[in-house]
Design a protein around this ligand. Structure first.
Ligand code: GLP
Length: 271
């Protein structure tokens, strides 16, 4: 596991975008797993810049998103701040600014009439695409990956998940309150890739920023592997793992010196 610590959000975002761009350049038809949340916004901005200024080409890239709220779907007739779907987030923050083909984008359908059947279909689509080459991940306040709330099986697959109280609180403060949606009206369920699904991706790029994430990042990276902190499953991933943190999110890690030493040595080795 490569743990990279950068001084601030901007540097963290640039590093993460560099990793993603590296995959796209090396394999122009790669399959990317994408994430929502405030954490990857800077990374997406940098990717947009690379596309516009450096010609980073997404025309062959396929994407799968981690999750979507159940019961809401993208509605382009609404202004962005009134549309809380993850599909709209992806469209506004990345997809409409790059040259990705619409048919190559796959986001769980929150409006599906048959969620269980949809989840099976989603898993099958990932399989048919040849699996995910690089999965981008944040971490929730309760240590979740995607919407795999505490207690989710570490072997779980794409499914409907009830949202934990802390996730509802976090999301209410971040989005729904400002949009004038009451706590009762906000979605309480989501479709999410499972931890087992995420562990099958070939490479993982996890990001976290800010002091609010410091405890949960330390638990996920240095604590025991536990379904109570589903992001701790990162320790079980067999492929390439890169974790990019800003200094605040890394501030409760016990082995920071070791991670910095390893990063330096690996850079020398690459030379
Ligand atoms: C939601 C998403 C997660 C994301 C988390 C953290 O719960 N389902 O995929 O990692 O939010 O969001 P933020 O980056 O805003 O802290």
């Amino acid at each position: 596991m490569d743990i990279i610590i950068r001084d601030n959000y901007e540097e963290m975002s640039k590093y993460a975008a560099g990793v993603i761009a590296g995959f796209v350049r090396k394999k122009p038809d790669c399959v990317l797993g994408l994430a929502t949340g405030s954490t990857p916004i800077g990374t997406y901005r940098e990717l947009i810049r690379m596309h516009k200024e450096e010609g980073l080409d997404f025309s062959g890239v396929r994407t799968f998103n981690l999750d979507e709220y159940l019961g809401i779907g993208m509605d382009l007739s609404k202004p962005y701040n009134e549309d809380q779907s993850y599909a709209r987030f992806m469209y506004e923050e990345l997809l409409r600014h790059i040259n990705i083909k619409e048919g190559n984008v796959c986001i769980p359908d929150g409006m599906t009439k048959d969620p269980e059947k949809f989840c099976l279909w989603y898993e099958e689509e990932i399989r048919k695409a040849g699996g995910i080459d690089l999965q981008l991940l944040g971490i929730g306040g309760d240590g979740h990956w995607a919407f795999n709330e505490p207690g989710s099986s570490l072997a779980s697959r794409t499914r409907v998940q009830a949202l934990a109280k802390q996730t509802l609180d976090d999301n209410y403060e971040l989005f729904y309150k400002n949009a004038g949606v009451s706590r009762e009206e906000m979605p309480h369920f989501a479709i999410t890739m499972g931890i087992g699904t995420i562990l099958e991706t070939r490479n993982i790029l996890m990001m976290a920023s800010g002091i609010k994430k410091a405890d949960v990042v330390a638990k996920a990276l240095e604590g025991p592997v536990t379904s109570q902190i589903t992001a701790s499953a990162i320790q079980l991933h067999p492929g390439g793992i890169t974790v990019v943190l800003d200094r605040d999110a890394a501030s409760r890690l016990a082995n920071t010196d070791h991670y910095m030493h390893m990063e330096k040595l690996k850079e020398q080795y690459r030379l």
